[in-house]
Design a binder for this molecule. Structure first.
Ligand code: AMP
Length: 116
């Protein structure tokens, strides 16, 4: 069996996280190394999706649900009105470090474009 990722260990409550939202399908917790005043990671509980490359019509309902949760969290955390970013790093060139699909919800400051 493949070794658990750090996110799977958080899902299984083997290591602590500052959880801000949880339901049967997904989990949201504060990033341990925040890049903005608000920096939350939203992840599916399934380990079958390692990145956006594994998204398909078969899991479209789950991905849609995750985006509904992201929208709700942005409102609950007070960043919806001024604006925020939703980022999913996919693969080595994009600096993905954890092979478990995750969406960064970041806000609370001004951002520049293009990203680094
Ligand atoms: P990425 O580089 O896109 O794969 O994002 C992985 C993110 O996970 C980084 O922003 C890390 O700071 C974050 N991270 C790693 N370990 C933990 C942890 N134990 N709790 C919360 N966030 C974590």
């Amino acid at each position: 069996m493949a070794e658990k990722t750090i996110f799977k260990k958080i899902i299984d409550k083997e290591i602590p996280a500052n959880v801000v939202y949880e339901d049967e399908q997904c989990l949201a917790f504060y990033d341990v190394s925040p890049q903005a005043p608000v920096h939350v990671l939203v992840i599916p509980k399934t380990t079958e999706l390692r990145s956006v490359n594994d998204v398909s019509e078969d899991n479209a309902d789950l991905i849609g649900h995750i985006f509904c949760v992201i929208k709700k969290l942005a409102a609950d955390l007070g960043i919806a009105e001024n604006g925020y970013r939703v980022v999913s790093n996919c693969g080595p060139c994009a600096c993905q470090t954890v092979p478990h699909l995750h969406f960064h919800l970041i806000g609370g400051r001004d951002f520049s474009w293009p990203p680094g």
